[in-house]
Design a protein around this ligand. Structure first.
Ligand SMILES: [Zn+2]
Length: 330
């Protein structure tokens, strides 16, 4: 193979075919004014889904939400937090995914088994409701929430709509989830691609770098032609992103770099450092204790089980903790 691509730093090198499980790879396609990320989830998504033993359609939905959350949350600063929360009237009435920068991922879904068995295959499980993205930039940053209505369109389209309405960054998201056969049975995999059109990035670059490259003479001095060129660039980027197949997003033998090369080798793609993600909850003994302290003595009394202890199971990671109610009465 002589396929080469450009790292953000350093000289061009051969496309890596190294596995990309549980990582997100940022990239840019500068000739098309596009930035994006590819996420591939292996063991992390499998552990999260297996722990909850979700029925397959629910696991599929949670897997999509995990991939989407990493795509949206992984650009946050070191102590930032991103939460995806969906509430609806469908078979899955609540879905929460947390991404704690730089790499921690957790999720849970609440579903109605009776509604689920009545749902036809391929039907949206969330129904009507809303999808909320909450961004917390950490110590020095702000906190904001964006909301988009759920009307049976699914997570992928809802994310595109969210960007169209709230941030006005043209964005396309692709998500895929599948079970692959392994030596130990089946395991879940998820993948996603996000492309965003950010013409200002290259406008700024053009101001600094006036070298015309191989652009047709005069193009950069004609504002109208420039606009058209940018629109064409976004159309091309969207068309290329649309050619990716679901199985490519979840194929464990296809590296993220190889995937990007397949999509964007003609305009040319630049890759940044991949970032790992892992299945890790942020719950702790101290955190649960603090939560219990927030209740009144009589409220805590109602939580005491037959064994005289207050038992708390984390709905994300299923960790069970038992507390002596006397510890809170000092
Ligand atoms: Zn937990």
């Amino acid at each position: 193979m002589t396929d080469r691509l450009q790292p953000a730093r350093g000289a061009s090198r051969l496309v890596s075919d190294q596995g990309a499980d549980d990582s997100v790879l940022p990239f840019s396609v500068e000739p098309l004014d596009v930035r994006g990320r590819v996420v591939r989830l292996g063991a992390s998504v499998d552990h999260i889904l297996a722990r909850h033993a979700y029925p397959a359609p629910v696991a599929q939905l949670v897997g999509e939400a995990l991939a989407l959350t990493v795509l949206l949350g992984s650009s946050l600063k070191i102590d930032g937090r991103f939460q995806l929360q969906a509430r609806g009237d469908g078979a899955v009435d609540m879905l929460v995914v947390d991404f704690d920068a730089p790499d921690r991922l957790r999720a849970f879904a609440r579903y109605d088994l009776a509604k689920l068995s009545g749902a036809t295959e391929g039907r949206d499980l969330l129904g009507s409701g809303h999808l909320a993205f909450t961004v917390d930039q950490g110590h020095d940053g702000s906190r904001y929430q964006g909301i988009v209505a759920l009307e049976g369109q699914g997570l992928q389209q809802a994310a595109d709509q969210y960007f169209r309405k709230s941030e006005q960054i043209p964005t396309r998201v692709r998500l895929a989830v599948a079970q692959s056969v392994t030596a130990r049975g089946f395991s879940w995999r998820a993948g996603g691609l996000m492309v965003q059109f950010l013409p200002s990035v290259s406008e700024a670059r053009r101001l600094i770098d006036l070298h015309p490259g191989d652009a047709p003479a005069g193009l950069q001095f004609d504002a109208a032609a420039e606009d058209d060129a940018e629109d064409d660039a976004w159309l091309e980027a969207k068309a290329l992103a649309a050619t990716i197949e679901d199985h490519e997003l979840v194929d464990p033998t296809l590296s993220s770099e190889r995937l990007l090369y397949r999509l964007f080798h003609e305009p040319g793609v630049k890759v940044f450092e991949p970032k790992p993600v892992r299945d890790a909850c942020r719950c702790s003994d101290e955190g649960v204790r603090a939560m219990l302290r927030g209740f009144s003595s009589s409220e805590r009394g109602e939580m005491v089980g037959d064994d005289g202890m207050i038992g708390v199971t984390c709905e994300f990671c299923s960790t069970f903790r038992a507390f002596d109610p006397k510890d809170f009465e000092a």
